[in-house]
Ligand binder design. Structure first.
Ligand SMILES: [Cu+2]
Length: 334
């Protein structure tokens, strides 16, 4: 040990730790489900870098502890106190500067990704395509205990407000209207998806792959959070504040939609699916449901959900799982 200079050993340890942390950051994708949206790789890269940094710190700190435990252990017969060392300015400056640089780098990098995702700056409309579309924010004003059965048109009323919270168009799409727009309403304990263009109302989100999809998200009662792990996207649904999520799916398939905000006793059952179709399949789905889900029948599902008692509200979360369609509900309600 004494023959090898300490600086060489430190250098060797540094090389080994660097290689290990690089390897770990490449493996970090194993923690995640598949990537199914355009921004998923960006988010995963940021996560990978953070994993790499954390692994490097782990080995530096734990390695130092183990090394010092062995190197400076108490020898038999040694009853002396340790040498009284205090203050080492260069060392303190070093261990302050390195984390500061890392934190600043991560801050700049994550803001860059946030902007590539189209994240809104607080109080700023610059990133938001003002194309004159309407959001269904009025649903927020409806108290859950109101009897909505006769007031369905109110529920569907459109308020002309634009979201200032969430993710809008990515930089290359600013100013362009989205290809598909869906109003998403979160309520205890279900998500309801309304397609303003076709009037379709659905318990599952259907979207085409490769097209710009905009979700106008609202909450009818308490805060919910719309989360699709495979898309690496999550946006809160906040009562009284319309939020937006704009994205492109890249892979056809069915992915879980999870409510990521503890919203009540049956929060855990507030799950549904997003189905990413190929554009042709999506058109077929729209065709099929525009016919099956004609405007005069479709509000049944919504009215049903809105006028629920607390006891059967939990059932709403299961409606899609049980395969209950608006038609079935219409039959149950003469
Ligand atoms: Cu919820």
């Amino acid at each position: 040990m004494e023959q090898i200079p300490g600086s060489i050993l430190t250098l060797a340890a540094g090389v080994v730790i660097t290689l290990l942390s690089l390897w770990a950051s490449q493996q970090s994708h194993l923690f995640f489900p598949e990537q199914a949206s355009e921004i998923a790789p960006l988010v995963d890269n940021l996560f990978g870098i953070m994993v790499g940094i954390a692994v490097a710190f782990f080995f530096v700190v734990q390695g130092a502890i183990v090394y010092f435990m062995i190197r400076y252990r108490q020898r038999p017969g040694d009853e002396e106190d340790g040498s009284p060392i205090r203050e080492n300015l260069p060392l303190e400056a070093f261990w302050t500067a390195i984390p500061a640089i890392i934190v600043i780098f991560l801050g700049i990098y994550s803001v860059d990704i946030f902007q590539q995702m189209g994240g809104f700056n607080p109080g700023d409309h610059a990133g938001h395509a003002m194309v004159g579309h309407k959001h269904s924010a009025a649903v927020v004003a409806q108290a859950p205990d109101m009897n909505m059965t006769s007031d369905v048109p109110m529920l569907l009323a459109q308020a002309d407000t634009s979201a200032e919270v969430g993710f809008g168009a990515s930089p290359e799409n600013v100013g362009k209207p989205p290809d598909v727009m869906v109003d998403v309403a979160g309520m205890q304990y279900a998500w309801i998806f309304t397609y303003p263009d076709s009037g379709i109302i659905s318990g599952e989100l259907h979207i085409p792959v490769g097209q710009d999809v905009q979700l106008n998200i609202s909450a009818k009662d308490v805060i919910h959070s719309f989360w699709v792990p495979q898309f690496r996207l999550k946006q809160d649904a906040i009562p009284g504040i319309p939020t937006e999520l704009r994205f492109k799916a890249t892979k056809p398939g069915a992915y879980p939609v999870v409510c990521a905000e503890l919203c009540g006793g049956y929060h855990g059952s507030m799950r549904t699916r997003v189905i990413a179709h190929t554009p042709e399949d999506y058109q077929a789905w729209v065709q099929q449901n525009t016919v099956a889900n004609a405007p005069q029948e479709s509000p049944v599902l919504l009215a049903q959900a809105a006028s629920m008692t607390p006891e059967n509200r939990m059932v709403a979360g299961h409606i899609h799982q049980m395969g209950i369609t608006p038609e079935t509900l219409a039959q149950l309600h003469p």
